[in-house]
Write a protein that binds this ligand. Sequence first.
Ligand SMILES: *Cc1c(COP(=O)(O)O)cnc(C)c1O
Length: 467
Amino acid sequence: MKYVSTRGQAPTLSFDDALLSGLARDGGLYVPEEWPVFSTEEIESLSGLSYPEMAIRIINPFTAGVIEDSDLATLVNESYAGFNDPAIAPLRQLGDGEWLMELFHGPTLAFKDYAMQFLGRVFDHILTKRGERVTIVGATSGDTGSAAIESCRSRDTIEIFILHPEGRVSEVQRRQMTTVRDANVHNIAIKGTFDDCQNMVKGMFNDTEFRDHCKLSAVNSINWVRVMAQIVYYFYGALQLGAPENPVSFSVPTGNFGNVFAGYGAKRMGLNIEKLIIGSNSNDILSRFFEDGRMLTTGVHPTISPSMDIQISSNFERLLFELYGRNGDITQTMMKTFSDTGFFEVGQSQLEQALSLFSAQRFSDDETLAIMKQVLSENKELLDPHSAIGVAAGRAKRINNKTPHISLATAHPAKFPDAVKQACGQHPALPPSLSDLFEREEHFTVLQNDRNQVQDFIKKHRMDGAN
Ligand SMILES: *Cc1c(COP(=O)(O)O)cnc(C)c1O
């Protein structure tokens, strides 16, 4: 399988080069040259497989020719060996045809572990084979950072720098990043928002000299491998509830559009998905887009679901590329307009095409707290605020009660104890592996929202882990 850029100008790459480059050189994102499609019989044959077994089958067409089958099996098995639920991604029934898929059983308690545990291992596998090292730079609104650090810590092939917006991630999230002591891990708190951090990372990738000098790589959800690994749980959930014969719907608490785009990928690969319902917090650029086809940025507001405090959903570009028949020129022009003016608008037929699969709904903090309280009292499930937005969006937008509906629970409630306490009056306990988190010593550097300053810091500290 080869990979092409959404902006049509960068070279076509193999899996390993797409993995290592993250962002394409024309500023676009890599996508597979064509979606592998599984027949109904092939999808049926996945039924009953364990999570890792299914992951191997689904990932294989994307990595074939670059990763040996036996190596892929080892990488996948190791990625999920440390998860703390035997089902890896267990389904819990909430109501009639209404299910919750718990994606918080990895080491950092958010769904990001499902892709990141694999990504770190694939990086290490390919870099070791090539005898190379890279510098990973990533921006986090909270959960990506810890998941990335957890998967890259102590690997000789990787130096990792994670930027988080100072004071805008929860204390648990911050401590999960800053208490990791490995010499190859560097935490930077930026005086700005998540979008500032993300723009800075994008700027670094567009600074070709810096990028080449440091051998930059990305683990943000712009990295194709993240999306790819997330496709697996859509199949895993749907196959337990009637797929491939019967359709299944999903709701997805959404920020950067990576998770829900993986659902789109599953659909393109042949999975019978009826609807993908997007839940947003008051940073509602996506839910406004799905009303009128206009993508318009406004400021970022801090909310109780900080991992979704995003106005620029990077992965949306991948959908835009598909909506325009994979036309890189149109995608490039629209993204350029968006970056210059903070606005673009799709045509009526693109909007209709998008609405045939997606719908979206926004929820304020008060509405989020109310649904958390309601789900605890009526369904006996303690939800974190992000997962609550997913459940709420599913309930608001579910169109067909005959179709089983799965809400993706993207974080463990203990990751957001303040919001849980406020909504439900109880303080969720951290699992045993993290019970001493608040006693561990923190390490991070605070820097201004200034790319030059951050790049200097990275150049200076890049070799620390190698010494
Ligand atoms: C990252 C994250 C999201 C948003 O996922 P995207 O792929 O960025 O849309 C939602 N919930 C939680 C808990 C997250 O960590």
